[in-house]
Design a protein around this ligand. Sequence first.
Ligand code: ADP
Ligand code: MG
Length: 699
Amino acid sequence: MLDSPIEYLKGVGPQRGDLLRKELGIATFGDLLQHFPFRYVDRSRFHTVREIAAAPDEHQQAQLRGRLTAPKLIGEKQARRITATFSDDTGSMELVWFKGLKWVQQSLKHGEEYVVFGKPGAFKGKLNMAHPELELASVWDSGIEAALQPVYRTTEKLAARGLTSRAIWKLQKALLPQIAGSLPETLGAEQVQWLGGITREEAYRQVHAPVDAQRLDLARTRLKFEELFFIQLGLLRNKQLTQQQVRGNVFAEVGEKLKTFYAEHLPFELTGAQKRVVKEIRKDMGSGRQMNRLLQGDVGSGKTLVGLLSMLIALDNGFQAALMAPTEILAQQHHATLSRMLQRMPVVVRLLTGSTKQAERKSVLQALRLGEVHIIVGTHALLEDRVVFDRLGLVVIDEQHRFGVAQRARLWAKSEVPPHVLVMTATPIPRTLAMTLYGDLDTSIIDELPPGRKPIRTVHRFDSARNAVFGFLEEELAKGRQVYVVYPLIEESEKSDLKDVTDGFESLSRRFPLPRYAVGIIHGRMDPGTKDYEMARFKKGETNILVSTTVIEVGVDVPNASVMVIENAERFGLSQLHQLRGRVGRGAEQSFCILMTGDRISSDARTRLSTMVRTNDGFQIAETDLRLRGPGDLLGTQQSGLPQLRIADLVEDQELLQQARQAAQRVLDIDPALSAPQHAPIARAIAERKQQVAWGRIS
Ligand code: ADP
Ligand code: MG
């Protein structure tokens, strides 16, 4: 029944069926059923024309009853439209349509009584309503209308063919009686009970044709829970299977290298959080199971060092380790940092990136294969097939959310027993997202910054205050500090953005002239060699000001840089702003972040800026970011690996998500194989979902 092609549903047919498939991906009865309303309107109330005319702005949407007269097609070309007069006992207004004219013209009936519903507006001082929903009053009175009406997502093309939200609703109502008995329960009886006793079938019925607000609420909760529950169950089963089936290399040795490094070469005392996390990692890698661990920590919390100590454990047990970074600059920096810290230890660290020269590449690859390289640092280049290890034991992935799931999986192919994997995030991810995205990983959190850090002072300044800002930079430069000035660059190819950076560079060079000052510039269009050169100059303090695009966004570490100026700050996302700000505040000096914007900024941008000014806490910022942008945008939709949610919402349903995860964990705890009779519905549902759902992945 649910697999029946959508065109067979009464009221659809081949043409509309085709459109539904193309526009909304609705190919079957089941797909239609899963096309959930995104909101509901209360249609129990009526207004009069006079009431609306008195305060058109107060009525987001209004419902009226009256007579429709004089529909006519007027205007030329772009301005072509259909208008009609709508009157009740208190006055009249104009109804107007700009789209789907053919269909509207055919269906409007002059002189009939209608119920209209829509957003009132005004045109040339006269009350009107564009694209109202219409129903003949006689049909309305025949009683099929409910007080609570669902609103469905549709498209212009669909609406032009009469498939408005309202028409989709009618299709749902035609479908509901037919699916009786074909929606088996997927949850255990206890869970259904806990969810208010709403069966799956009833839930679908209530969602598309609610009887009252309370039942509707229960129904929606039940469907959301179900959706989240199966995602979490999938993730947790995955984790369970990995733990049972995938053997991990046992790193049992306490180890000479780790001990020596710790005792003699560690430049500072570890923070309590770093110690705890290293312990967690060590225990994991010694357990005989393969480690899949996510390390969350705010910018500057010292994740690199944790990565290094973990790699030393691998080395102590006779294995090689790899550290993978998302950009060349970052890979080079990591390579330099590790080489420096390990310079008096018998550890060979090498670098492999996309721009490694042929001869060097050959030598690195060979040394890797022979086991002569202990730690390899690199970019995506490490994933290539020709990169072969002698004994790869641990892979540390820095600044994860630029690495896709598929890339993670490729690592597995690199050794017989899969290496332990430690994923470090660039900035914290909100709990709910982490739970959904990395729900099959174990998590460690560094919730403490190294001591002595002064919180960065953040301010928002308008372009009109630029002179004062430059004056401030002058003072900081006079103290010997360095300054970043960052411009947005959404696409590396965008010309106007590029012009912003180069213009900025020129005007700063004029304001801060040689020989007293030196200004450098880095952007994505430069060749890697020049970029390295500029970066190195800044690191060595040969340039005082570095003008750049976001190529320096992630991970770059220059402790003497104490001012971060972000131009057009309104164009950056929150986590990006936070990440950029994290480039300063790395030394002992007081650091500053100056967010520059024009006078006019959107309210979302205002929220982002005020959040930045208010807090330095990456976890808080991540939560706000999630609320502002939604999960897809936060992670970059394509690569995110987030499952498609049809009804649940990772922002609104955080609590339900927790409950779903706990419920899934409980089920697996008492019945790992899902073979107990009370879990039969769950096991059946999983078997049916197998092909459709994308969560069946390995980490
Ligand atoms: P992130 O977590 O953002 O990757 P890094 O690993 O780059 O942070 O560390 C930020 C800075 O803090 C580095 O300069 C690093 O040397 C320093 N650092 C790391 N751990 C400590 C510590 N325990 N005490 C003092 N400084 C530390
Ligand atoms: Mg880092």
